[in-house]
Structures are given as C-alpha cells and as structure tokens.
Design a protein around this ligand. Structure first.
Ligand code: SF4
Ligand code: SF4
Length: 369
C-alpha cells in the first residue's frame, strides 16, 4: 500500500534517472498537454509528492496489451516508473497477490481512499447472460466495475476496449461487451483510446490529474483534447505527398520507396484522432506510418468493423470529390482538392469538438457534422 512505497525521487535515483532527465520529461508532458513552461515545476512537485491519490486498476475483457504498452517489460521506462511510484495501489496484472488476498487489497484501497481514488479500467465489460463471460474471484466484471466505481473520484478508461468496447465489442459481439461509459453514468470518465494506447498519453493524463486535481478538457468522445485534438493525418510527415496526390499503390513500389502517402493502401489517418505522429512509439522512435504501414484507426470507435485495414477510405462523392477524382486520374491536383474538401469537413467537426468519420467525408459540403 502507499505507506510502504519509496518516494519517486528515490525510485528514479535507483534506476539512474537524473533530476535533469525527470524535469525534461515533465517539460515534455507540459508541452504535450499544451501547458505553459511555467507549469513544469508544479507538475514535477505533484509527481514527487509523498501523499498521492490512490489508483485502483481493474483489467477486464482484454488482451493485456494496454498494460504491456505501459510497462514494456523488457526495460522500465520513465513513464512506468512514475506510474508505479505515484500511486498504483491495486493492479490485477502487476500485483503479486492473487485470489482472496488480491480482493482484500482492492477492498482495503477502496475503504481507505473512498471518494478520492482514481479508478483505471482496461478491457471491455461483458454484459451478456448476466456478465458470466468474465469473472475475477467469482465476481463478474460488471459487478466489480459498478462496486469499485462508487467510491472513485474519476475513472480513466485505458485502451479502445474500455473506451469504446474494442475488439470484444466487434460484430457479432457474443459476450455483449460494452464500454465503461455504457455502464457508469454518474462519474467523470476520461477515455484514453488506442489499441494499445500510447504510454506517455496515459502518464500525461495521470500527471494532469495529480497536478491540477481535475480531469483535462475532453472531446466529444471523452478523450483528452491535448492528445486527441488532431488527426494522425494532420500531423503526418507524408502529408505533403497526400496534398500533391502522390500515393503508393503497393507496399513495395516506387512510391512506397519514396515515402509517398499510404492513403490508397488503406491508411485511416484522415479519420483517426490520436497523438502517434507527435509522441511516436517506443520512446519516440517511430510510429506505424513511419515504418511503411498505414494507420489502422485503432483509437476510434468500431474500428474493427470498419472493413479491411487495406481498403482505402472512399474518395468524396461530392462535386468537389468527383472533380478531384477526375483530376487525380489526370494528375496531381486531385490530392490537393480532396485534401481541401476533407480539411473543410474536419474544421467543421472540430469546431463542434466532434470526430470525423468516413461517412462524414462522403457527405456533400454543408451537410457535415
Ligand atoms: S493518408 Fe495516412 S500516410 Fe497519407 S498523409 Fe494521411 S496519415 Fe499520412
Ligand atoms: S498509427 Fe493509427 S493504428 Fe497505429 S497506433 Fe496510432 S492511431 Fe493506432
């Protein structure tokens, strides 16, 4: 429990992480959360505090990829060290206790910090046949979520399964899997979608909560705007090729070798909101598009049911779209025309804080969200 824990500075020192590196990390979090540099000391102080809000982490119907994403078992990252150090009092996958001892730990954490703890959930919740498809210590995920949510100050739904139902929710959804927000209606819920979600986004949201004692500004799907405010396409380094209408046609053609846009190979970047192109993966090394594969759209609802990952998004069927398609056949103007149309559609949606879907891109101008 919390009283047994080493302080964050001690843990970081034990892993050879200097104060300078820690402050640099806090600076990166501030930048990612669109906070001024002057907030860096406040973030560092909040993360270092001895007394911290408790975090109870429940894993339901999932593949453990979300926890793997965060901990990256091969080497502890600053993100995972901070998460462990700040407050993680109960975690199904990471804790040593099991069975009745684990349940006792959950109940003890709930009692001690009732009304104050942060509840983190990964995995969807099966509701079919009374929730029998996933149980822990004989308690259905449905019952455990409802019971644990009662004493939570806020809930963080980590990963697309917890945020939107994810793979278990995909057709035909035999277990009746739903998202946390389908069950819990009376608590603030932060959705950190992604399959898996980006580790630094999880840490960033927790750091924001610990620093300000409040949840960050959210979009219409309950995701923090600081990380999900722009599409992959908005930040993609291949975007100039899209705008010029230069598309790879196969994964090994001349266009692919030249780093051209992967739109025609099924990239869902234009309709996917996430921070991959900015934060990247594996400690800022790269992200899928940089490795030559299109975005799958993993941070959006129902992405498993959206057709083949390798089928291109439809080109707009509006007059602009048709003109663009004709132009595309004739030359490079098409990409720019499509881009202009899609930008207009996205801008209209963003002003209402809504996410653009494939269907929205096909609507005539003026009928978008
Ligand atoms: S369609 Fe995909 S590869 Fe092309 S610019 Fe957009 S996000 Fe990048
Ligand atoms: S690039 Fe797309 S599919 Fe890949 S992790 Fe990011 S949002 Fe998910």
């Amino acid at each position: 429990m919390m009283s047994d824990k080493l302080s964050l500075p001690v843990i970081l020192q034990a892993h050879g992480i200097s104060r300078r590196k820690f402050l640099t990390f806090c600076g990166s979090l501030a930048t990612l959360m669109a906070l001024p540099e002057s907030m860096v000391p406040a973030i560092a102080a909040a993360l270092e505090k001895a007394q911290r809000p408790s975090v109870i982490w429940l894993s339901f119907q999932e593949c453990t990829g979300c926890t793997e994403s965060l901990t990256r078992s091969h080497s502890p990252t600053l993100e995972s060290l901070i998460l462990n150090a700040i407050s993680l009092d109960y975690h199904h996958t990471l804790q040593a206790a099991s069975g009745e001892a684990a349940e006792a730990a959950r109940l003890a954490a709930m009692r001690q910090f009732y009304g104050k703890y942060l509840l983190v959930v990964d995995g969807s919740i099966p509701t079919g046949d009374g929730g029998v498809y996933s149980t822990i210590a004989g308690i259905s995920n449905l019952d455990m979520l409802q019971e644990t949510a009662k004493g939570a100050a806020a809930i963080v739904a980590v990963g697309t399964c917890a945020a939107f139902g994810g793979l278990p929710h995909a057709h035909p959804n035999p277990t009746g899997a739903v998202a946390v927000s389908d069950i819990i209606r009376d608590k603030p819920i932060i959705n950190i979608s992604g399959c898996p979600p980006i580790p630094v986004v999880i840490t960033g949201v927790l750091a924001h909560y610990l620093t300000f004692g409040a949840i960050p500004e959210l979009d219409a799907l309950g995701r923090p705007k600081a990380f999900y405010g722009e599409s992959i396409h908005d930040r993609c380094y291949r975007r100039p090729f899209y705008d010029q209408g230069k598309f790879a046609k196969t994964f090994d053609d001349e266009g692919a070798r030249n780093g051209w846009c992967l739109f025609e190979l099924g990239c869902k970047g234009p309709t996917t909101f996430n921070a991959c192109a900015t934060t990247k993966w594996n400690q800022g090394t790269s992200f899928p598009i940089e490795s030559g594969h299109g975005c799958l759209g993993c941070s959006e609802p129902n992405f498993w049911d959206a057709g083949s990952f390798y089928q291109a998004l439809s080109t707009p069927l509006t007059p602009v779209g048709r003109a663009a398609a004709v132009a595309a056949a004739a030359g490079i103007v098409g990409g720019a025309a499509i881009a202009m149309h899609n930008r207009h559609t996205k801008a209209a949606a963003e002003s209402g804080h809504q996410t653009v879907t494939v269907k929205d891109l096909e609507k005539p101008p003026g009928e978008e969200k």
